[in-house]
Ligand binder design. Structure first.
Ligand code: ATP
Ligand code: MG
Length: 567
């Protein structure tokens, strides 16, 4: 390709709203352009990389025996009613009506569609197991679309769905995808961790996420270096930090705590540790229309996902109670405690094992000391706290560490969550119709593109790994108006073109510095600079990743590009 004929839309500066490197560089390198918040156009260079990412995924999915299809983004309400998700899925679901008042949504994920497809097309159990996938555009009306392709309202996902005869079959299909994902993310040269995950709105019994390690990631990974335990923070557990479990229970004492609402204020006023003052948070379970008291130790935070799971509701069905709602249960904001309240109560296991805790007295300006679980209040005991670095590994007891990651993929064991209500069944040996056992497997294709940039860039721009770079090499004549340089640059270009190399000739009438900057920003792995020594048959060969420059012969440069090994 000749640069003069290309759409090279590089920018000196990215708009202010771009704050993370991948967003800034995708815009500055002219790979994408924003249409509206969370929706982008892919320009020619960006699209080439996107296609390469898709093809690597495609190759590994084919290797794993999955079959590619393509379905529509438009999905009818009726299928979502069959699975029960039309009600359950929150405001992220983009819904619309056609002229006949029929209701639809734009698919945020495709469980219903694939389940429907398989129940009609797979007639015999002999066709099972089967794994079908697509690489297709998804829609989610994210509350805060941000970071460019990281969190869009429109994005490309690879989604696969497996259908098996039984749980044992699902385990095999799941492992097969787990391994395929490892190959895929290895081929992208990503530094990533595989972590245990919560199953969220999609549901099911087991799940892993693939996290590209990055400070700009929106997920916290809790992991143990000793035994390899790793989990998304939403899912992460820890052994109870045993604190004041052996004390003798003392008599409950009411104390005045005027205007002291925070843990810090109360603990310093009463001269006790922050851990002794237990947080009592009131939530509203909007699905069951009830108020719920959630208790964690004073130095802890509530993991709301654990609360949502304990209540069996969706994330958007939980919110904090208002001032008036707290009054309505006979308490007062800032002084809430479990004693005497008749609401559903969830108690973190650390709180249940502690003796003589401090809690709100359910009246203004008062707290109770020496309160004990079992004697003074009841509740369901489970882990509700957010696990943090330094907590104790639930598997081996070593201290846990924490780092940030970008969720680039997630795999789920769905079981019969969709196949049972939607009657996606096969006939077993005794002639009974039994639901197929499903798994689903997603990769954020466009988010992966951003994640690669997060891990592969420097001050000059993107450093694409060879197998996803828009082009492999660019020939830059220092001055294309110089006859020798032009002739030699053309010669190299024609030879490489004849060998089907992915090469650009920068034939633009521009200063060399300007051209170098463009290609470094765009991140083409190799640059062949045809300059002063062109008449001697010598060029400069520059490696984008290492920034190393060598003087070599034209022939050598041509051979190096011809012999590139693309994994
Ligand atoms: P998140 O927790 O980041 O919102 P999710 O868990 O809701 O993501 P999944 O339903 O697991 O997402 O979708 C599969 C993959 O699609 C994710 O692992 C992620 O890589 C990608 N993805 C999800 N939402 C977006 C989005 N808004 N923009 C870009 N990619 C996304
Ligand atoms: Mg996910």
């Amino acid at each position: 390709m000749k640069a003069s004929k290309m759409l090279i839309a590089t920018l000196k500066e990215a708009p202010n709203e771009a704050i993370i490197s991948s967003h800034i560089l995708l815009l500055r390198a002219g790979m994408i352009r924003k249409l509206v918040a969370g929706v982008y156009n892919y320009l020619p260079l960006g699209l080439r990389t996107l296609h390469k990412i898709e093809n690597i995924i495609r190759e590994e999915m084919e290797n794993a025996g999955a079959l590619e299809i393509l379905s529509s983004a438009v999905q009818p309400k009726e299928l979502w009613e069959e699975s029960g998700r039309w009600q359950k899925y929150g405001p992220e679901l983009m819904r619309f009506k056609d002229r006949h008042e029929r209701e639809f949504c734009l698919g945020p994920t495709h469980e219903e569609i694939f389940t429907d497809l398989v129940r009609t097309e797979v007639k015999s159990r002999k066709n099972l197991p089967i794994n079908i996938y697509q690489i297709q555009t998804k829609y989610r009306d994210e509350l805060r679309p941000r970071f460019g392709l990281m969190r869009g309202r429109e994005f490309i996902m690879k989604d696969a769905y497996s259908f098996d005869l039984d749980e044992a079959g699902l385990d095999v299909s799941y492992k097969n995808m787990h391994d395929a994902y490892k190959r895929i993310f290895d081929r992208f040269h990503l530094n990533y961790k595989i972590v245990l995950a919560d199953t969220g709105a999609i549901g099911g019994s087991g799940s892993h996420q693939f996290m590209a390690i990055s400070d700009v990631g929106e997920s916290d990974i809790i992991y143990c270096d000793k035994c390899g335990y790793a989990a998304d923070q939403e899912k992460a557990e820890s052994k109870d930090n045993l604190y004041k479990t052996d004390e003798a229970m003392l008599e409950v004492k009411e104390v005045e705590t005027p205007k002291m609402k925070t843990i810090e204020e109360v603990s310093s006023f009463l001269k006790v540790d922050e851990k002794d003052v237990v947080k009592s948070m009131v939530y509203v379970d909007m699905f069951n229309n009830q108020l719920v008291l959630v208790m964690v130790r004073g130095d802890r935070n509530v993991n709301e996902i654990k609360v949502v799971n304990a209540l069996g509701i969706a994330e958007h069905e939980l919110r904090l109670a208002t001032y008036d709602e707290i009054l309505s249960i006979g308490s007062v904001e800032g002084f809430v405690g479990p004693v005497g309240l008749t609401v559903k109560t969830l108690v973190d296991s650390e709180v249940a094992s502690m003796k003589n805790i401090v809690v709100g007295a359910n009246k203004k300006d008062a707290h109770l000391m020496n309160v004990n679980y079992g004697r003074d209040f009841e509740g369901t005991v489970l882990q509700l706290r957010a696990t943090v670095a330094g907590d104790v590994c639930p598997v081996c007891g070593a201290p846990l560490a924490m780092e940030r990651g970008i969720e680039v993929g997630q795999i789920f064991k769905l079981g019969t969550k969709y196949s049972a209500p939607m009657n996606c069944t096969y006939q077993n040996d005794s002639g009974q119709n039994v639901p197929m056992v499903m798994g689903c497997y997603g990769i954020g294709v466009t988010r992966t593109m951003s994640s690669i940039i997060e891990q592969y860039h420097d001050d000059y721009g993107i450093k694409w790994p060879l197998n996803v770079a828009p082009y492999h090499a660019v020939i830059v004549p220092i001055n294309y108006n110089d006859e020798t340089m032009k002739e030699k640059a053309d010669m190299i270009y024609n030879e490489l073109r004849a060998a089907h190399a992915e090469v650009v000739l920068d034939d633009r009438d521009a200063k060399p510095g300007f051209k170098f900057k463009d290609w470094e920003l765009i991140g083409i792995p190799y640059m062949i600079i045809v300059g002063k020594r062109a008449s001697e048959g010598i060029c400069e060969f520059k490696n984008r990743a290492t920034l190393e420059k060598e003087e070599i012969t034209f022939e050598e440069a041509i051979n190096r590009i011809k012999n590139l090994e693309i994994e």
